[in-house]
Structures are given as C-alpha cells and as structure tokens.
Design a protein around this ligand. Structure first.
Ligand code: ADP
Ligand code: ZN
Ligand code: ZN
Length: 612
C-alpha cells in the first residue's frame, strides 16, 4: 500500500486513547499543531501528539484529517509532559487535559484572531521601597539562576510579600527569563495589574483569567507561548500556559481554595506549579500568611525551604484579637453589646470598620415560630436562604428559588421569622446602629466580577466607605488602609463541620480577616463573637500563632491518619436513586483488590444529598 503518515490526535473526550487519522502532507515537525478532524457526523479540533508510519487500525480505514493549522507554533514536549503528568495524577484522559489546557479561542474551528496584544499606556513608574531586613533576607534566599528550589514564604499579613515577589521577578526578567505569577481568582484585580505594570513598565505582560473575553485570553496565551509576554499573571488555569523561557513561578496566597479546580478536570494549580518548576529547573515560591498544612508540613520536613517574614513591613503592629463570649450576652440582630460598642466607637473616631459574616442573603433560614417548620429546598437537603431585598427564598446549593410564603405552609401560622444572620440582615442592622454611615456590602450578590472590586477599592481609598460588611471575600489579601476595627460573627460553625479541613480553613480565614485591620498606623482590633472562647483555635488566634496552631492540627492529623500524613483518594458516584449509587460503590469497595497499606472506607452518602 501507498505510504501515508498517520496522525495520532488528542481530542477532548474522556477516553484513554488517541485517535488516528491519515494526512498526506504531514511530517514529524507537525507534532504539537492543532488539527481539524472528522468525528462522528461532525468535526472536531484536536492536537497532533505523534506523526507515525503505522496504526493499530487498518490504515486504509482511517479517515483523512481535514486541515493542519499552521497559524501558531507547535506545542512543545514540555507542554505535553505537563499534560501527561496531570492526566496520570488526576486520572483524566490525556486528550481532555490537553484540550482543556488550551484557551477556548484556540479550540474553535475557525482560526483565532491574531491582532497584536493591546497597547497599554504605561503608568507612572513607582519608586520601590527600601526592603526591610527580613524582606532582604527573603529575596537573597532565592536564586533564579540556580535551578529548581521550592520555597514557602510564610509572612504575616502586611509583611510585604508582594515586594519580595517584585524583587525576584525583577531579577528573573533581568536574566532574560519569563515569570509565571499565580494568584487567587478574587485577587486578580485591576489594582494588582496596575501595580505590576507600574513596576515593570517596559515588560510585556499577559493576564490570564477565566473571566476575560475569549479573544483576550487567547491573545495572552499565545503571547506567553511565543515568548513575547515576559510576565504572566493568572488564576489557576494559567498554570498550563506554555512558557518557553520560564525562569520563576510564584503562587501567591497558596492556601487559597480557588487554586483547586473542583469540577470537570480536577487539579490543584499549586501542585502542578511545583511539578512544573521542577520540570523546568526553576525556583517556585509559595506565599501565604496562613499556608496550607500540606505546604507547612513540607517546609517542616525540609522538602520546601521556609522563608519567614514575622513583622509588618510598614512597622505597624498586628491587630489585637479579642474574643467576645456570647453565651451570656444578649444579641441584637446577632451583634453583642461589645461588638456594637466597638463599631460605634470606630465610627466616632472616623475609622473604617469591617463586619465579617460568613453567609450571604438576609438570614440562613426562615422558620415557623409555632410548629417548627423550616423552609427547605425541594431538591436538596438544605435550608433555603432568605433574601429580603429580592423577596425570595434561595437555595445556595442548586439555585432553586421561590417566593416567601405569607404563612407557614404546614400549620398556617402567619408568624414566620428569619433565623440567624446573613450579610443583608447585618447590613440593615448596621444602618440602624450607625445612622448616616456609608455601608458597603461585599458578597457574591454584590460583587460578581473583578470590576466591582475596582469600585470598592476606589471608594474605600477615597474615604467614601465607613463600614464594609461581607463574606469571606473580605478575607482575601486586600490592602484597605484606615481600617481599624473588624468584627467576626457566627464563625463557630466551622468547628463542627464534617470536613477535616474545616478548622484549618476557619483559622486561616480569621487570621486573614484580622490581617486587614490596622495596616496604616491606626492600631487594629479584631472582635470575634464565639460560644467557645476557650477553644485552642481561638486561643491561637489571639496570639497570632499560626505555627503553634498548625503544629497542633498536624499532630491531630498524624494521630488520626489524615493528609498530609496519607494520601486520600475519593471515588464518587451519582445516581437519581441514592440506593443505586450506594450499591455500585458497595460493590466496588468489596471487590477492590487488597493492597498493603491501603484502607478502604465504607461508602457513605454525600453530606449534601439530593432529596429523592
Ligand atoms: P502582604 O501581602 O504580605 O500582606 P503587602 O505586600 O500587601 O503585604 O504589603 C503590605 C503593605 O506594606 C503595602 O502597603 C506595601 O506597600 C507596604 N510595604 C511593603 N514593603 C515595604 C517596605 N519595605 N517598606 C515600606 N512599606 C512596605
Ligand atoms: Zn408552622
Ligand atoms: Zn437546592
């Protein structure tokens, strides 16, 4: 038979195989190019992984590829290795990983628009501050020219971690290498971008987030891939960006949950970043005031080098944390007298306050005062959240929403009441407590895109906001000067959660929230309302003792055999009938081969089950 090159193509399908096509004009140099191929009745875009002389299928039955796209340079072996690793580690099909790593704009059948990166007006350059001794030591500890090393930069809130990144980025750019900076979804604000542009006015930058228009993302991706962009700042998806001259990776707020992709292709961008740095023989820096216990443990056992910043860069002291024991205090709209007093005093002094309530909406539940009925979601085993402004009950799990009933649907009692506090209710209570104050609510209902943050920043910095009230969105590394007082409400729930990471996350959240206070010279105070003031978590919080608390949690995890002292693998099943899913899992768990050192736990229903 006549010789025809065979293309092995990765397609976005959950199948652990490549797909073979023939292509007359193909050569091995085409590996890494995108290709249009017929598939079923339609057509798909894939990536050529191999150009072979043979196939496991009869070659004369293979379909011809439609077109090899040569508008962009081929993806390199490095990129394929990263995808291969992710595919094995996260048990996803190689083709799925490859295709999901590409920006949408490059996956369309029609060719991408290849206008040049948008011209950015360079902002006024800023003078870098003189490093503190600790910062200088941190910068000196990382050598961007010395190959792979993993560093955990543990710096208290306000210790100037960003300045350390900036100096290391500067060093790396000067070596002619590219830098990848990964930040949590919510931190990739125009302010952050502006700050980096101002520091590196001559450096072509690329921004990569899932929120930007497809074209902007493709452009940024291609600019990074072609080496035109030297500094790439992005959220978790940016970890897959091909960077031919990579010289440094920084993962800021490495503990942040947004680095984990929780659906579709599941991965941890932080863990992939470490792997990538190792692969590319470059340093990687994980920064946080509250590192994940996994990273902290690696720093303890020497796998990561620990760099510590123990003081605030501006010389400000850390805020005082005060626990309010609410067991014997009257609460009005969830606020205790000391919390009210603190907010009133701050207002009188003209300082900004922040109230942290981990629940959006008006109240987490609506209940009948007579028969005990509580509004529940008809689809999920959860309570419906009362949203007073929209006059709806909403399920925060599945999105179901319905009108607020006029009376109890069970007993007809018209006296139905909100239970507990959400951000809307606290906002209303604060208007009563602090009449005339400018109150800004920050939760997923008010801040849905990064431009909304832009407005909030401007308002806070322009002195147009007196009180911020919001969810954990407030906890993320934002720098709000003139903020003196923080009140945290209803946080004890984190201590009862079935999630073994709940107390780690609660502690991180509270330490991060606390870290917003007292940055600009005004001493900060953090008030935490709790029914368990003697709990070790709160005691450690009062001392700002991350290392102490981490040590006790790690000991607990070691004794009970939880990560990072073991690996856990979860097998999930979904079915319309719970019994079907359970039977399936039961069968698997009893037929799994016994492997030494592997414990198989009995199947159990999800904490949030759907009602049948
Ligand atoms: P972190 O990310 O560690 O919480 P930031 O990087 O936000 O801290 O820095 C906190 C504040 O300290 C910022 O306002 C920053 O401009 C300032 N800062 C950082 N380094 C210095 C320094 N060496 N001298 C003075 N101020 C600094
Ligand atoms: Zn009732
Ligand atoms: Zn629901």
């Amino acid at each position: 038979a006549e010789y025809m090159p065979v293309l092995r193509v990765a397609l976005d399908l959950p199948l652990h195989r490549l797909f073979d096509y023939v292509a007359e004009s193909a050569t091995p140099a085409d590996v890494g190019l995108r290709v249009r191929v017929p598939f079923g009745r339609g057509e798909r875009l894939g990536v050529i992984v191999e150009v072979a002389v043979d196939s496991d299928w009869p070659v004369d039955q293979l379909k011809p590829a439609k077109e090899i796209l040569r508008d962009l340079p081929p993806l390199t072996a490095d990129f394929f290795r990263l995808c291969q690793f992710a595919s094995t580690y996260y048990q996803a099909a190689f083709g799925e990983v490859v295709m999901q790593a590409l920006p949408v704009g490059l996956k369309r059948i029609d060719p991408p628009d290849r206008r040049n990166a948008r011209a950015t007006k360079s902002p006024p350059p800023i003078q870098p501050p003189q490093l503190t001794d600790e910062q200088a030591r941190a910068v000196a500890a990382v050598d961007p020219a010395a190959g792979f090393s993993a560093h955990l930069l543990h710096g208290v809130t306000g210790s100037g971690k960003t300045e350390v990144y900036l100096r290391l980025i500067d060093k790396t750019l000067a070596l002619g290498r590219q830098v990848l900076l990964l930040v949590p979804e919510i931190n990739l604000t125009p302010q952050l971008e502006a700050r980096f542009r101002a520091r590196f006015p001559a450096t072509p930058m690329a921004i990569l987030t899932s929120h930007q228009p497809d074209r902007a993302r493709s452009e940024a991706w291609v600019a990074a891939w072609q080496g035109r962009a030297r500094l790439v700042i992005g959220t978790r998806l940016a970890v897959f960006t091909p960077l031919p001259e990579l010289g440094l990776i920084v993962v800021d707020e490495e503990h942040d949950a947004s680095f984990k992709q929780q659906d579709g292709l599941r991965y941890s961008a932080r863990d992939l970043a470490i792997w990538r740095a190792h692969q590319a023989s470059v340093p990687v820096i994980l920064g946080s005031a509250t590192p994940s216990l996994e990273s902290w443990q690696h720093a303890q056992d020497g796998r990561y080098r620990l760099i510590e910043l123990t003081r605030r860069a501006t010389g400000a002291s850390l805020p005082e944390v005060r626990l309010i024991d609410i067991r014997r205090l009257p609460l009005e709209d969830g606020l205790s007298p000391p919390a009210r007093q603190a907010l009133v005093s701050a207002r009188q002094r003209g300082e900004i306050s922040m109230v942290f309530v981990n629940r959006r909406g008006y109240a987490p539940a609506l209940a009948c005062t007579d028969c005990g009925w509580i509004a529940g979601c008809p689809h999920c085993a959860v309570k419906l959240v009362l949203h007073l402004r929209e006059r709806r009950l909403r399920c925060h799990h599945c999105g179901h929403n319905e009108a607020i009933p006029l009376a109890c649907p069970d007993c007809g009692n018209p006296d139905i009441k909100p239970l507990g506090q959400g951000t809307q209710r606290i906002e209303a209570a604060l208007h009563q407590l602090l009449p005339g104050s400018r109150i800004r609510r920050i939760d997923r209902d008010t801040v849905s895109h990064r431009d909304a943050w832009d407005d909030i920043y401007r308002e806070v910095h322009a002195g147009e906001v007196d009180v911020l009230v919001g969810t954990q969105m407030l906890a993320k590394g934002h720098d709000f000067p003139a903020l003196s007082t923080v009140v945290a409400l209803n946080v004890d729930g984190g201590l009862y959660s079935p999630d073994f990471r709940a107390s780690e996350m609660l502690f991180a959240q509270l330490l991060q929230v606390a870290g917003r206070a007292g940055r600009a010279g005004i001493p900060g105070t953090v008030w935490v309302q709790t029914q368990l003031p003697e709990h070790p978590l709160y005691q450690a919080l009062v001392r700002h003792d991350y290392p102490g608390f981490a040590a006790s949690l790690l000991q607990e995890r070691q004794e009970t055999g939880f990560p990072p002292f073991c690996h856990q693998f979860v097998l999930r099943a979904d079915a319309p009938q719970r019994s079907d899913a359970m039977a399936f899992l039961q069968q698997i768990s009893t037929t799994l081969p016994l492997i030494d050192g592997v414990t198989v736990f009995d199947p159990m229903p999800a904490t949030l089950t759907r009602l049948e």
